[in-house]
Design a protein around this ligand. Structure first.
Ligand SMILES: Cc1cc2nc3c(=O)[nH]c(=O)nc-3n(C[C@H](O)[C@H](O)[C@H](O)COP(=O)(O)O)c2cc1C
Length: 181
């Protein structure tokens, strides 16, 4: 069975991204792990980490989960037009762990437009760490009103429609990737 990491990248107090991460978790045709970046306790970047050099259980677990995953789904808020510094920080700590993973992006905003600007800057970083971006996106506007705390959609039908292609396209790319390796 394939495995997907759904990375909830906000570390902000009162963050809404975990609800979106939980929504995209269930039920999937793959085993799913959700690292919450806040709980991984990354220090500010001072140098790349290899698995041997990591001391700190949550960071080591994070590195191993990313390395083992067949695909990654990022759940990303937009702050002043950019993606969270914590996500860039986590990305910088590793290198090979990110390689060759198909990735999809879910964007989270309390605004009406569900942020898409953030994708252009993140895409550049994904390219640099050799991830493969799947075209499907799940854009979540008004995130504070769209999900309850457990990640259940309040407007179920509309939300399902917006999310429909998201994980299936990731799974398609994971299968294609496996056949080439
Ligand atoms: C510092 C800051 C900057 C923000 N900038 C934007 C922005 O540029 N565009 C946008 O749509 N929302 C912006 N927002 C609103 C976020 O979309 C909203 O807070 C969302 O819930 C963030 O995800 P999170 O709750 O998981 O951290 C900003 C919020 C903060 C705190």
């Amino acid at each position: 069975m394939s495995s997907i990491v759904i990375l909830s990248s906000s570390v902000r107090n009162g963050r809404k991204s975990p609800q979106v991460a939980r929504y995209t978790e269930a039920p999937q045709p793959a085993s799913v792990i959700i690292p919450f970046l806040k709980e991984c306790k990354f220090s500010n970047f001072e140098g790349r980490l290899t698995l041997k050099k990591i001391d700190g259980a949550p960071m080591l677990q994070f590195a191993e989960e990313i390395k083992k995953a067949n695909g990654v789904s990022y759940v990303i808020p937009e702050y002043n037009g950019g993606y969270p510094a914590g996500l860039q920080n986590a990305a910088n700590h590793f290198y090979t762990q990110w390689h060759s993973n198909p990735v999809v992006n879910a964007t989270v905003s309390t605004g009406l437009f569900g942020i898409t600007q953030v994708i252009t800057s993140l895409q550049f970083t994904l390219w640099k760490i050799k991830s493969w971006t799947v075209p499907a996106m799940f854009s979540v506007p008004t995130a504070d009103k769209t999900f309850d705390e457990s990640g259940h959609a309040i407007e179920k039908e509309a939300t399902e429609k917006r999310a429909a292609a998201f994980i299936p396209e990731l799974m398609w790319c994971i299968e294609a990737n496996k056949r080439m390796n």
